[in-house]
Design a binder for this molecule. Structure first.
Ligand code: ZN
Length: 314
């Protein structure tokens, strides 16, 4: 998946894909030179050929697709087969998102089934497991206790993930300005419980979704990375809202081997995806933003492509 052509980030127009910057719908991206690895996206087998055509037009040629619970009427197994039949598993890494709610009302049955599913899905090309925020923030056991990530009953899951060499995409808590919980647990406690699992499984790679949900400053973000070498992150953070340009640039440069671009796009299941919508609302603004950070060519290439593209070859 490695891009062979040296990246020249001064060639801004080619990267964003517009000859005329005012005409944002004219997309001509040199995907060989400026491909994007999207480390956090959602689509299913619905309209799959059109979905792939849409990503390609937007310059997104590989990535991590988080799928399962968000489309529970569609089976994850059928999704893996659809991906396999189109030979897409070389470029796209499926990440299984189970319905964690079941861990609330019947924990033993949930764990047993998920262990079996992970074995089966892994053999079919699945590369990761998704932990969502409902575990910790919303789900409550019949005895009234909150369902949490560090529950010892979940150990067979982490053991299986480690054994199969899967990664974990983990979303715990939310930024303080829209943090809502029904379990009474604080953000700090949720992070603490997440961190216990990360510390207990140093051989599992944990990808902290959406900048770790969220890290308010790059200094805080750096502290998490320094404490846990087995963490990485998918990024859709508006860095300059929180940090200076200089701090942003230094942070991304320093951790470029652990940061992947992941804007959290969700493709529709009820119609073919709309290329201008995906482009104008998502990938074009992000491409402009990334260029505005003024990263050096190597860092830029790692952040938008190489770190993600190399992730599953390790
Ligand atoms: Zn998402």
């Amino acid at each position: 998946m490695k891009s062979v052509v040296p990246i020249d980030t001064t060639n801004y127009e080619l990267y964003v894909g517009c000859q005329d910057m005012k005409n944002t719908t004219s997309i001509e991206i040199d995907v060989e030179r400026f491909p994007i690895f999207d480390a956090h996206t959602h689509f299913s087998q619905a309209y799959l050929d059109q979905v792939m055509a849409c990503y390609t037009r937007c310059g997104v040629t590989a990535g991590v697709v988080i799928q399962g619970y968000n489309d529970h009427a569609l089976s994850f197994e059928e999704f893996l087969i659809a991906m396999q039949q189109r030979d897409l598993l070389k470029r796209w890494a499926p990440c299984y998102w189970p319905n964690w709610a079941e861990f609330g009302w019947q924990p033993e049955a949930f764990v047993e089934r998920l262990v079996g599913d992970l074995h089966r899905f892994s053999a079919m090309g699945c590369r990761a497991l998704k932990v969502w925020k409902d575990l910790g923030m919303f789900i409550v056991h019949p005895d009234g206790f909150p369902a949490t990530m560090d529950d010892p009953r979940l150990r067979p899951i982490w053991d299986t993930v480690a054994k199969l060499g899967l990664a974990v995409w983990v979303h715990q808590a939310d930024p303080s300005n829209h943090f809502v919980t029904r379990t009474g647990l604080s953000r700090e406690e949720l992070y603490e419980r997440r961190n216990r699992v990360i510390a207990a499984y140093p051989h599992i790679r944990f990808v902290l979704c959406h900048n770790g949900n969220d890290i308010e400053s790059v200094a805080k973000f750096s502290a998490v990375f320094d404490r846990f070498p087995n963490t990485m992150s998918d990024i859709n953070r508006d860095f300059l809202l929180h940090d200076s340009l200089e701090d942003t640039r230094n942070f991304i440069t320093r951790y470029a081997d652990r940061l992947m671009f992941g804007p959290d796009n969700t493709m529709p299941n009820n119609r073919p995806p709309d290329v201008p919508w995906s482009w104008n609302d998502l990938y074009l603004p992000w491409r402009k933003k990334i260029v505005s950070w003024g990263l050096d060519p190597e860092t830029f290439h790692k952040f938008t492509w190489a770190t993600g593209a190399n992730f599953f070859s390790k």
